[in-house]
Design a binder for this molecule. Structure first.
Ligand code: AHR
Length: 504
């Protein structure tokens, strides 16, 4: 099989916003406790944060980390997580049927973010709480010393405001499972009032309003339209979430799901435009895709804890999906979609980062390792920065339930002028055929292969574990070459490939 692609340096989609390589950490399962924080661990730092995890996270160059939830945030009192540890209350976490010790709160999380080189993106509880707590939280985090909340922060060890720019106005408020779930009118009005109030404190905050929890919600896409009618001029981003599953063990269908993701983005971007026109507004709102990943491997084992049969355990294993090689292909396709939709998707967060549906796993008191999906996320975050190219792709296709004409080759191209680099991320969705890829390079000048990294596996179900952490890893590829303004590469069946060209 052959696929031909045309790339031209002047045909660009947009400058990629680096925040599309964000991540998410929730007080859920072992994400925080024994994930990033484990004071008794042999390589924990003075703050009790695991050094091995810091290293693995730092390598990902994550611009922004969303925190502390998720469903958890909708019944969370941020005040429980500040002040002397021995005075912090243990609370029942109603979202995940567990206990929350509050040993980690905003101060500890800020310290951890500084150590991994990321900014915080904080979510506000608009489920069980409302406007007053929202403004108090923002004033505590960002307010000056000399005010009630600024002085309290100082008394708790931090005089300097944290200076957090990104704030999520609640989480998945369209979901009946959410504590304090609301109708679109109820939520839209509340979000508008909260946004107005926060802007009175600081007009430059970046505010994210909840869109649909996924595109199968009965209220989608009217939800976005109604919510934005209330708050269009007060917010900056609409938050979308999507999780991917292969419950039927149908790889072709599973790998076609980014067509559904693309349609979801298109619909919400159009709804934003619709409301913008209605309001005769000049303002542009973008999409924050602040939860995405594969999530289904752990569903069965989580049932017991979620049903309450185990009481209220503290930091039990929950949502510990063990990712396989097939998920590498899926995550590669998702990230390619965000690159191709960088015209409207300005932030995105892999959900989540450590232990809970995560690229990084840890053993309590033991090792930390990279799951299979760590690698496509790592490559995209490091090398998917610059201008997203509008590629013309001619690839053999197949029909699926979610879309017809799904190309066997999923490809995204990024031109980083500063680094003089041109990078392609290519996935071959075909089970049996090698695809000969040919990319015609126009306007880039002379190019040579700087790197080629290939991920393949004999078994789609191959995984990395504590005992075999290097089972699925990228290997240096030898099948890419450039001659006469053309890049040629062989894409093995079911493979992920990063091809990086150096431009002179
Ligand atoms: O990431 C796990 C959960 O998925 C989050 O808490 C929630 O927002 C979503 O439903």
């Amino acid at each position: 099989m052959r696929a031909t692609v045309t790339a031209h340096r002047d045909y660009r989609i947009a400058t990629i916003d680096n925040r599309i390589y964000g991540a998410f950490l929730e007080h859920l399962g072992r994400a925080i406790y024994t994930g990033i924080y484990e004071p008794g661990h042999p390589i924990a730092n003075a703050d009790g944060m695991r050094g091995d995890v810091i290293e693995l996270v730092r390598a990902l160059k994550i611009p922004v980390v969303r925190y502390p939830g998720g469903n958890f945030v909708s019944a969370y009192n941020w005040e429980d997580g500040v002040g002397p540890r021995d005075k912090r209350p243990t609370r029942l976490d109603l979202a995940w049927h567990t206990s929350e010790s509050n040993a980690v709160g905003i101060h500890e999380f800020a310290g951890w973010c500084a150590s991994v080189g990321s900014e915080m993106m904080l979510a506000i509880n608009l489920g069980s709480r409302g406007l007053d707590e929202a403004r108090n939280f923002v004033e505590y985090v960002n307010g000056p010393v000399g005010s009630y909340w600024g002085d309290l922060r100082k008394a708790n060890g931090r005089a300097e405001p944290f200076g957090v720019k990104h704030w999520c106005l609640g989480n998945e408020m369209d979901g009946p499972w959410q504590v304090g779930h609301k109708t679109a009118h109820e939520y839209g009005r509340l979000a508008n009032e909260v946004a107005k109030t926060l802007r009175a404190f600081d007009p430059n905050l970046q505010l994210v309003v909840c869109g649909s929890s996924h595109s199968d919600m009965a209220t989608y896409p009217e939800w976005e339209s109604v919510v934005l009618e209330h708050c269009y001029d007060a917010v900056d981003y609409v938050s979308l979430h999507m999780y991917f599953a292969n419950r039927d063990k149908n790889t072709a269908e599973f790998l076609a799901l980014n067509a559904k993701l693309d349609a979801y983005i298109t619909t919400v971007a159009s709804t934003i435009e619709f409301v913008r026109a209605q309001k005769r507004s000049k303002k542009r709102i973008a999409i924050s895709f602040d939860e995405w990943n594969v999530w289904y491997h752990s569903n069965a084992q989580d049932k017991e804890i979620l049903s309450g049969a185990k009481g209220w355990p503290h930091a039990p294993p929950l949502l510990e999906d063990v990712y396989n090689f097939e998920d590498v292909l899926q995550v590669g396709c998702i990230l390619n979609t965000f690159i191709r939709r960088s015209d409207v998707v300005k932030m995105a967060c892999i959900a989540q980062l450590v232990n809970v549906i995560a690229p990084i796993m840890t053993e309590p008191k033991g090792k930390a390792w990279r799951q299979t999906i760590y690698y496509p996320y790592y490559f995209a975050s490091l090398f998917g920065r610059g201008a997203a190219l509008r590629l013309t792709v001619d690839s053999p296709c197949y029909d699926s339930k979610v879309a017809d004409n799904v190309p066997y080759v999923d490809i995204a191209g990024v031109h980083d002028e500063e680094a003089r680099a041109l990078t392609f991320f290519a996935i071959n969705r075909h089970s049996a055929e090698t695809i000969e890829l040919e990319v015609s390079l126009n306007g880039f000048g002379a190019a040579t292969i700087a790197d080629c990294q290939v991920m393949t596996a004999d078994n789609l179900e191959a995984v990395n574990t504590a005992k075999a952490p290097m089972n699925v890893t990228p290997k240096k590829g030898a099948n890419a070459s450039v001659a006469d303004g053309r890049l040629s590469a062989k894409l093995a069946p079911y493979s992920y490939q990063l091809i990086r060209l150096a431009l002179s």
